[in-house]
Ligand binder design. Structure first.
Ligand code: AMP
Ligand code: MG
Length: 407
């Protein structure tokens, strides 16, 4: 039996998780349902965008060379040979001193290289006068100006945003290939847990992790496919995990991963032969964490402490969930920020503070959202970033530059 990595760094723990092979399933969805999904294929522009050169305004298309020398005193008169509306296709090429009435979005006729707006002309149904010299290319949107034919319009592993959906639609894609949402189970372990809605007996607590961790799992892009509760017994935990295996690609548990007599998640996993990948990581809060592999699926055992569980989920669980979703950008986005208020504790171990990013007076600050502690959940409300405090740091004065990560 090989030694189980214990007390490893966050980066080593991520490395062990990211190494797990994943088999992806993809599906085709109509573009109307694509937003928020992860693209499973690269999309290249099959045509230029726009697909033809067009007018950005209502006016007259003409040959710029005909306007040379035009002035209010000596206007140039052009013969109007047709009207082109959006959706029309020009029937005629322009010859010398000819113009076409053109409406916004209509194709530029052959021969024309400029468009003058209505307001800048004098016109009758057959004739338009222009009053100055126009350069070639005035008021023309060129074919391919927005996107060239063959350019990468959207890449695999990225999330479809509203403009991605619009861009793909404008290129004519009606359906796109996306990754299936991963299905994730969440099992809350602990003899003390009661579901909200029921009376609290003495010594009991409400199962809040189901809602915090469950919602964060869904926000990361996964589907919560199974939820369950287990008492602190190997058989109860094992049966919940094995039950969840049927419908889930990953299982998250909370509670029971520390060193107490009733921390039974590890022994429960070992009872059915799961391979323990690592136990405990070198950071606070959230050091008590366990990762195991069974039938190719990750079981991530988080601490029951709500603050620890939420921190560890963001640092380790969410990146893995994003990977399961097919995303390429899986790590939290870094932002350097100045500590807003003094932090008056030293940090013998690496520590993640939870707080929020605040922009003030041209600076980016990290401001703690209240009390920090393993058991604290209230101050996660409003938290949008975690600040990385290196091991061995003394107390930190306000104004210190920190590496922080958006969650
Ligand atoms: P454990 O990780 O089992 O040692 O639990 C650590 C602390 O978290 C204890 O105070 C537990 O009562 C609490 N706890 C465990 N599970 C949950 C849960 N699902 N929701 C809220 N608190 C919990
Ligand atoms: Mg417990």
């Amino acid at each position: 039996m090989h030694a189980i990595p214990e007390g490893i760094s966050l980066e080593q723990a991520r490395e062990l998780l990211f190494r797990i092979p994943i088999s992806y399933e993809t599906t085709s969805v109509p573009i109307s349902a694509a937003c928020g999904k992860i693209l499973a294929s690269d999309y290249y522009a099959p045509c230029g965008l726009p697909t033809f050169s067009k007018s950005p305004l209502d006016g007259y298309a003409f040959r710029s060379c005909d306007s040379v020398g035009a002035s209010h005193k000596h206007p140039v008169a052009l013969e109007i040979i047709e009207e082109i509306r959006a959706g029309d296709y020009p029937q005629k090429a322009l010859g010398p001193f000819q113009a076409a009435k053109i409406l916004t979005g209509a194709p530029i006729p052959v021969g024309a290289d400029a468009v003058v707006r209505f307001e800048d002309t004098a016109f009758t149904p057959d004739k338009v006068e222009i009053f100055r010299t126009y350069l070639s290319d005035t008021n023309i949107i060129h074919e391919g100006e927005d996107m060239e034919k063959g350019a990468l319009a959207a890449s695999s592993g990225t999330c479809v945003t509203p403009p991605t959906a619009g861009l793909l639609a404008s290129l004519g894609f009606s359906h796109i290939e996306v990754y299936q949402k991963p299905s994730i189970a969440l099992i809350s372990t602990g003899n003390e847990l009661i579901e909200p809605g029921n009376p609290l007996g003495p010594g009991k607590i409400y199962n809040s992790n189901l809602y915090t961790i469950g919602s964060y799992i869904e926000a990361a892009g996964a589907e919560l496919s199974y939820t369950g509760m287990a008492e602190d017994r190997d058989d109860a935990i094992a049966s919940q995990i094995l039950g969840a295996m049927k419908s889930s690609q990953m299982i998250v548990t909370t509670g029971g991963v520390s060193v107490g007599d009733y921390d039974r998640v590890r022994t429960a996993l070992e009872s059915f032969g799961a391979e323990i990948l690592f136990w405990r990581i070198a950071l606070k809060p959230g050091a008590a964490i366990l990762a195991a592999l069974f039938q190719g699926r990750l079981i991530l055992g988080l601490s029951g402490n709500p603050g620890s569980a939420a921190t560890a989920l963001h640092l380790l669980g969410v990146p893995y969930i994003r990977k399961l979703c097919g995303r390429k950008d899986i790590l939290p986005a870094p932002v350097q920020a100045l500590l807003k208020e003094d932090f008056n504790k030293s940090s013998p171990n690496r520590r993640f503070l939870h707080g929020k990013i605040v922009y003030q007076g041209g600076h980016t600050y990290f401001s703690r959202t209240g009390h920090q502690g393993n058991h604290v959940i209230s101050s996660f409300v409003g938290c949008d970033a975690l600040a990385d405090i290196p091991a061995g740091s003394p107390k930190i004065p306000a104004g210190t530059m920190l590496n922080t990560y958006f969650i």
